[in-house]
Each structure stands twice: as C-alpha cells, then as structure tokens.
Design a protein around this ligand. Structure first.
Ligand code: FAD
Ligand code: SF4
Length: 490
C-alpha cells in the first residue's frame, strides 16, 4: 500500500472524489466514525442511523471490490487517521475537498492532500467568479446561467417551453383527501440492524442506506411522482407526508447518488413526453439552481456568515421545536411530529412554518440553526447555513434574499389543510383565538418597521401595517403569545 484515501461520510461515491482514481493495489481506504460526529450533539437517531449505515455499506462494497478498508471509531477524525497511519506505516493521506469549513481546516492542518470536490455540478472557483461579478446574488440569474452552461432544458439559446421559470403554475393547494402513489419502503439487512442496535434506534424503513436502495428511490420518483411534482410542490397536507417530492436530498448530500445522475434521469423521463414542463423545470431548478447556488454561497460568504444576527434576535429556542405537545398550533404540532418520525419535511414547512416562526418570534438564529442541523436527515452544514441564516430567518440583512420570508396564517391556510381543525383562526390577529402566525407577522413588521421602510420590496407590507387600526391590541396579544410560547401554552 502506498497511500491512504480518507472517505468522509458524505463522499460515498465510487466514481467521484478521491475514489475515482483509487486502485486496490496501492490505496488503503479509511473511514472514521468519530465520537464528535455521533455523540457531539443531540442528533436525531434516524439521521445518525442513515449516515453511519450508508458509510458502512459503502465500506463493505469497497471490500467486495478488493480494497483494503479500515473503518475505525475514534474520538475525532484526526485521531482515527493517526491510528490508521500508525497501523499501516503510511503517511500520505488523500481526500476530496471536504464540504464544511471546519473539516477543511482540520484536515488541511493535519497535512491531508486534497483533490477537487467534484460532488457538485459547479466547481467552487466557477461559482466564486460568478458571485464576484454580481451586484446582488439573485438565484434566478445564477440558474439561467446554469441552464445555458450545462445545456439543460435548452432549445438553442432559448429555454424549452418558452420561459425560464414556471413557478406561477406550481403553487396549487393540496387537493382534498389526497393519497397519491405509495412511497418506497426500504428493506433492512445485517449492517442496518447492527447500526440500529449500537445507536439504540428503533429501525424504520423510510431511508435507503445502500446505493441500490437510493437508485430504487430515484426510479420510483421519476416513474410515479415526477409528472405531478411541480403543481403540488408547495402544498402541505396531513393526508400524505411527502406528496410528490423526490426524497432524494439525503442521497445526493452524502453522495451515494451524484447530482449529474439525477439530472440525467430527469431529462430521460422528460424526453418521454409524459412529464409536463412545469414539473420538469421546477425539479431541475431545485437541483441545478437552488442546490448548487446554496453550496456556492456557503463557500463564497465564508465561515463567519453562520454567526450573522442582523435582526438582533435573542430569544431562546421555543420548547415546541423539540416537543410538539408544547403547542396547540396544529401546523407546528403536525410538522414537528413528522420530523420526529422521519427527520424530514419538505421545503415549505421548513421555510414557511419552522423558519417563519423562528423569524417572527425573534428566535436567536444560531439556536434555531443548531436545532435544524440536528433534526433533519439531509442537514449538512453547507446547505443548512445559507438556507437558514439567509433564506429562513433573514439574519444576514438581505445578503442572500432581498426580503424576509415572513407570513401570517392566511398563507398557511391557503396552502395546507392544517387550519380547519386548529384551535386558532388564521384570519384573526387579536384575541385569544387569533392565529399566532397572523399576530406575530404584524408584530414582527411593527418591531422592524424602521429598517424595513428602507427596503422597497417591503413597502407594501409596511404600508399595510400603517393602516391597521388595532395596533395597541395587536402588540398586547403578541406579547401574550411570545410569553405563552416560553411556557409551552400556545
Ligand atoms: C430553511 C430551510 C432549510 C433547508 N435545509 C436543507 C438541508 O439541510 N439539506 C438539504 O438538502 N436541503 C435543505 N433545504 C432544501 C429543501 O427543503 C430540501 O432539499 C428538500 O425538502 C429535500 O426533499 P426532497 O429531496 O424531496 O426535495 P425535492 O423537493 O424533491 O427537490 C429536489 C432536490 O432539490 C434540492 N433542493 C431543493 N431546494 C433546495 C435548497 N433550498 N437548498 C439546497 N438544495 C435544494 C435538493 O437536493 C432536493 O433533493 C432547506 C430548505 C429550507 C427552506
Ligand atoms: S390557524 Fe394558525 S396556528 Fe393554526 S394551523 Fe393555521 S396557521 Fe397554524
């Protein structure tokens, strides 16, 4: 053996990263399950189970291929690597560039040699050169460039279907009693049971832990859900936990599937003629647009970006985030319960329920970010930081998004079936049965009206606020709601 190839738990692809040039005759493959990763925080067990079992399955597949694999448990990644170096009398360690600033710095300091991170469709230097030329970092501008550069959904220089974006068609509320096609259940094997036992986790069948299972999930999505993906993309319903979302983020994020494989499969399905453009475009925008943009922004904005708190939000994390019995708000109770079961909800509950609530209650962005990182199956640092700090709670003063995603109960009522059985009324902003979202939406605008008045994209909302005749009662109710949250009584 000549060198060690270190595989972080989100580099699990044979054909990308450091593995693409690996040779069983010369390369020893190293995996480290660090205590920092497993016990360092209050991680959702489903998330740990998924990450560890996927890594162990990948390690086993490399052994089957003839590689010598060392899978060690250690206090830290560096400790684990030192043990492997010593045991095999090897010094050189190769790794693809890690996906977070912290791991990048640690491994660099330890002397690891990096090869390019090709787990995304956009090389980091290319994104940085795009961002450096922008006045503002509009995702839509980046996305159009991506479509042209990658030649996806293009008809020469023009977008297929005559428009770049079909978002307006993709905002339907959920149909009544909507079941839709069944989602895949994933079979478990010896490795899964071993990991679940070590973690004290009750095994579920929601997430695949092998490439075969992840590919089956991908086929299931393209065969049974892709055509309907677009129109119901933003809808929320208690009748169906995933609607037509792909459930592919965990596998693309730990790189069991490369995004180019997802795009290839999407285009193949679209070219059959059975998938409407609004669904195809909507999905492709998420993968080549949002996902790549968020990763690019993480590296462009730098390691201090995560500490932003430009709205000076100081409240502790509300008890209802970790315990759904601490709220009567039906939307939040259902969402947090879903997260506890599967470590997943789609982008609208993440944005318009959880982040919106953190934003309008003035919850400290870092406390909220930490919670989001711990509970979601797909929560890598690079993706959670921009999504939460920039998009979710507007803690960056508008570097990423021109205005905050704050909304009252009317939006949630339109886009879900949560409100009918709720004790609160989305139309009311004052009084005991007023929807907390509606009350706090106005109160949030009121608290920040001076800075928002300078933002022309917020002028309509501030104008609406100035026309309210019941501001004193509203402020009083908002205070009751904020106090009630802390006691778990709202
Ligand atoms: C506040 C907030 C936090 C989020 N945190 C994460 C996170 O930690 N990890 C994560 O992977 N996604 C995150 N997202 C994006 C999005 O919610 C998830 O990618 C999506 O819900 C995953 O389910 P899916 O695979 O069924 O997605 P689909 O709806 O089927 O979308 C397809 C793919 O597009 C990509 N995608 C879509 N939107 C985004 C986005 N905003 N950022 C990055 N990728 C995107 C994902 O890879 C996803 O698999 C967050 C969004 C918000 C608003
Ligand atoms: S009324 Fe308000 S709190 Fe209740 S479900 Fe609707 S949005 Fe949520």
């Amino acid at each position: 053996m000549k060198r060690i190839i270190y595989i972080p738990f989100d580099h699990l692809h044979r054909k990308f990263g450091a593995m693409k040039d690996a040779d069983p005759k010369t390369d020893l493959i190293a995996f480290v399950e660090s205590a920092r990763m497993t016990t360092g925080r209050n991680w959702h067990k489903e998330r740990l189970f998924f990450l560890i079992s996927s890594a162990r399955h990948f390690a086993a597949s490399l052994e089957e291929e003839g590689f010598t694999v060392e899978y060690v448990k250690a206090a830290t990644t560096v400790d684990g690597l030192k043990t492997i170096q010593k045991k095999h009398k090897l010094t050189e360690i190769i790794c693809a560039e890690p996906s977070s600033f912290r791991q990048y710095d640690q491994l660099k300091e330890f002397g690891v040699t990096f090869v390019d991170n090709d787990f995304f469709l956009t090389p980091r230097p290319l994104f940085i050169s795009w961002a450096s030329e922008q006045k503002n970092y509009l995702m839509e501008n980046f996305y159009r460039k991506q479509r042209t550069r990658l030649n996806i959904l293009m008809d020469g220089k023009e977008p297929v279907g005559g428009a770049w974006n079909f978002d307006k068609e993709n905002r339907l509320p959920p149909p009544k009693k909507y079941e839709g096609p069944a989602y895949l259940e994933h079979k478990r094997d010896v490795i899964d049971h071993e990991v679940a036992k070590e973690l004290g986790h009750t095994i579920t069948t929601t997430w695949a832990t092998t490439r075969k299972g992840a590919l089956a999930q991908m086929s299931n999505f393209f065969n049974h859900h892709f055509a309907e993906f677009g129109p119901l993309e933003d809808a929320m319903t208690t009748d169906n936990w995933a609607l037509h979302h792909s459930l592919l983020s965990p596998y693309i994020n730990n790189n069991v599937i490369h995004p180019s494989e997802v795009i290839h499969a999407a285009m193949k399905a679209f070219n059959t003629g059975k998938v409407p453009i609004e669904s195809a475009e909507g999905f492709i925008r998420q993968v080549i647009g949002w996902r790549e943009y968020v990763n690019g922004m993480y590296w462009f904005l730098g390691p201090d970006y995560r500490d932003n708190n430009q709205l000076n939000a100081t409240k502790k994390l509300l008890p209802l985030f970790s315990d759904p019995s601490k709220t009567q708000m039906n939307c939040i109770k259902e969402t947090v319960t879903d997260i506890q079961s599967r470590a997943w909800v789609h982008h609208i509950p993440r944005l318009m329920l959880l982040s919106n609530l953190a934003l309008i209650t003035g919850t400290n962005p870092q406390a909220f970010l930490d919670w989001m990182r711990e509970v979601f199956i797909d929560a890598s640092e690079w993706v959670m930081v921009p999504n939460v700090i920039g998009m979710g709670v507007h803690a960056d003063g508008g570097q990423m998004m021109t205005k905050p995603y704050a909304a009252g109960g009317a939006y949630i009522s339109r886009m879900s079936n949560y409100c009918k059985p709720c004790v609160y009324n989305p139309k009311l902003r004052t009084g005991e049965t007023a929807c907390p979202f509606t009350t706090l939406y106005w109160d949030f605008l009121d608290r920040h009206k001076e800075s928002f008045a300078k933002n022309h994209r917020m002028s309509q909302q501030v104008f609406g606020l100035n026309r309210l005749s019941d501001l004193p009662e509203l402020r009083e109710r908002a205070q009751e709601v904020l106090d009630g949250f802390e006691k778990g009584m709202i």
